[in-house]
Every structure is written in structure tokens, then in C-alpha cells.
Design a protein around this ligand. Sequence first.
Ligand SMILES: CC(C)(COP(=O)(O)OP(=O)(O)OC[C@H]1O[C@@H](n2cnc3c(N)ncnc32)[C@H](O)[C@@H]1OP(=O)(O)O)[C@@H](O)C(=O)NCCC(=O)NCCS
Length: 333
Amino acid sequence: MPNPIRATITATSKYLPEKVMTNHDLEKVVETNHEWIVSRTGISERRVVEDGQATADMCTRVAEEILLKRAITADDIDVIIIGTVTPDMLFPSTAALVQDAIGASNAWGYDLSGACSGFLFALENGVNYIETGRYKKVLVLGADTMTSILDYEDRTTCILFGDGAGGVLLEPSSDGDGIIDSLLFTDGSGGKHLCMPGGGSLNPATVETVKQRMHYIKQDGKKVFKVAVKGMADISLDILKKHDLSGKDIKLFIPHQANKRIIDASVDRLGLSPDQVLINIDKYANTTGATIPIGLAEAVEEGRIQTGDYILLAAFGAGFTWGSTLIRWGHSK
Ligand SMILES: CC(C)(COP(=O)(O)OP(=O)(O)OC[C@H]1O[C@@H](n2cnc3c(N)ncnc32)[C@H](O)[C@@H]1OP(=O)(O)O)[C@@H](O)C(=O)NCCC(=O)NCCS
């Protein structure tokens, strides 16, 4: 018998730092040019945190706006889950910092490392907490300060990423609306193709690891590109098929924003028209765990999602990790 309780998104929010770094700004830092970046990635500019600002600060702003929109207090929050690979520090968790900053005195929480799929992984955690009936209000956030781990001497990676945060509030629903299903995967054999080798227990920070630039993102772009194109399209089709749906049933597809060409390949395979796809990579670049919740918040702000609409989310990232989530939208702020 299907569970009568579903988790539904009742509020969304996003935060992007004010500071803009354009492709032309990057031309002054590495040997690159605006035309190359736009044609290969679709990115024109990205946001960058101020000195002293980091992931918890962006998350706190998102959490505070969600509380305001939903007209509840921080004490009402039961759990805070944050998908991030750029926590303020290894511990305490970003969730703990946010719990303190907003004063969520009844909440517990943790960070989850799923890279670009981190928000979908975190969402699945939150959904399960709601569906058991044990928790009523779960904050699920995705946030990354990618500029803190970018090597501005490596033109193949530093042009791709930006900073940002987004999030949702999950609550129980009994009218059938909400998160219908998720398909999630990890294939750790792809780990070496996209990683940050330094700073963990294997290569703790030393003068030598810093000299070798091990505290920055390392990526085999071509390899990641190929696997991402197939992974994100396949998983999107799989979840639709599982629920007897096709592209035409989807009001809005909100894919992870890593490269416009990767998005276009998924859109083609799903047979979607441009008005069925959210694309904001031109403004924000790849904000890793934040792309999907930022996209959700933007879609709600722009009135692109209404109650009863089918929304499809899809992600691919380091790990490798990938996944898709199908939602029938409920009532949200
Ligand atoms: C990184 C990426 C944009 C590179 O695009 P590409 O079309 O594969 O480009 P290539 O790596 O083949 O490079 C082509 C040429 O451009 C050059 N180039 C690389 N980066 C450049 C830059 N920023 N500016 C100008 N030229 C650049 C290369 O050196 C190469 O020159 P060459 O032909 O003389 O050797 C692309 O591989 C990609 O997006 N991969 C996936 C990345 C990703 O999504 N990561 C996150 C996963 S969630």
C-alpha cells in the first residue's frame, strides 16, 4: 500500500553573492577569452563571495528567507541537511553553524558530501525523514563556495564554477502532491577524474601539498563531460519511464548547471522545448550543490511552477554521483 504521507516542498529560497566575476575579468587572470568560455560552456559570468563570507553565511541567508516566507520560527525546524563539498571547515558541520546562526534550538543536522548531486542526495534524506512521520519540518540546502577551491592558474577548471546557495523546506502532505520518487547512483570508480586530493586524511595539509596545488579541484574535463552527458540523460528518461510519463508531461526540467552542452544533450533526449527547461548557467556558472535549489527558487519566483505541475530534477557530479527526482508540485512560497 502506498505511504499516505508524502514530503512536499512548502518554501524555496536562494542566495547569490553580489560580487560578479565576468569572463572578461577572468581574461585578466588566465589565458582565456569570453568567446571560448561561452561557446564551450554557456557561462558568461559567475558570483563570488566577499572576503570572510563562506558557505554557512550563504546558507543562513537562505534558511532565514525560508522561515520568513513560510511564516514560521527557527524553533519549528526539526532537521537541517546541507549538501556541500565546501563546508566552512571540516568540522563542525555547516549545518551546525547554520543551526546556531538562525537559532534553531530544536533542530539537529549534518552536511552531506555528494558534490553536484549533493542536493538530490540531501533531498532524499529529508523525504525519508518526513515519510516516516517522525519529523515535520526539514530544511534541505545545497551550497558551495567553489571559488575557495579553484586554481586560478588552471584555465580548464577555474572558468567553470561560482559561489551560491539554495534550499527548500520539506513538510508532510497527504493530498498526493510532493516528491514522488528519486533514482540515485554512485560509481566510485570515477573518483579520480574529478576530485580535490589535498586536505583530507590521505593528504593532510603540509607545505608540500600546498606547493603541489593539491587543495584545488583537479578534473579530466573530457572524461567527465562524456559520462555526464549520458548519465544525466539516461537517469532523467529512466524516472519518467518508471512512472509512465514522457517529456511532454513535464512542466519544468531543472538540470544541474555544469555545461550548457550537457544540458542541451539531456533536453534533446527528453524531447523538451526551451520553455520546459530552466537554464541559468550563463549568470551563475556551476555552483555544485547549489545549482538545483537555486533553479527551483528562481522558477518559483518567476511563476514557472504551479500546483499540480510535474517537475523533473537531474544531476551529475564528482564521485561519480548522479540522480533524478520527480515532483508533483504542491503549495509553496
Ligand atoms: C572543461 C570543458 C569545458 C572543456 O571543453 P572541451 O570542449 O572539452 O575543450 P578541450 O578540453 O578539448 O580543449 C580544447 C582546447 O581549448 C583549450 N582550453 C581549455 N580551457 C580553455 C580556456 N579556459 N580558455 C581557452 N582555451 C581553453 C585547450 O587547451 C585545448 O587547446 P588545444 O586544442 O590547443 O589543446 C569540458 O570538457 C567540460 O565542460 N567538461 C565537463 C566539466 C564538468 O561539467 N565538470 C563538473 C561536473 S559536475
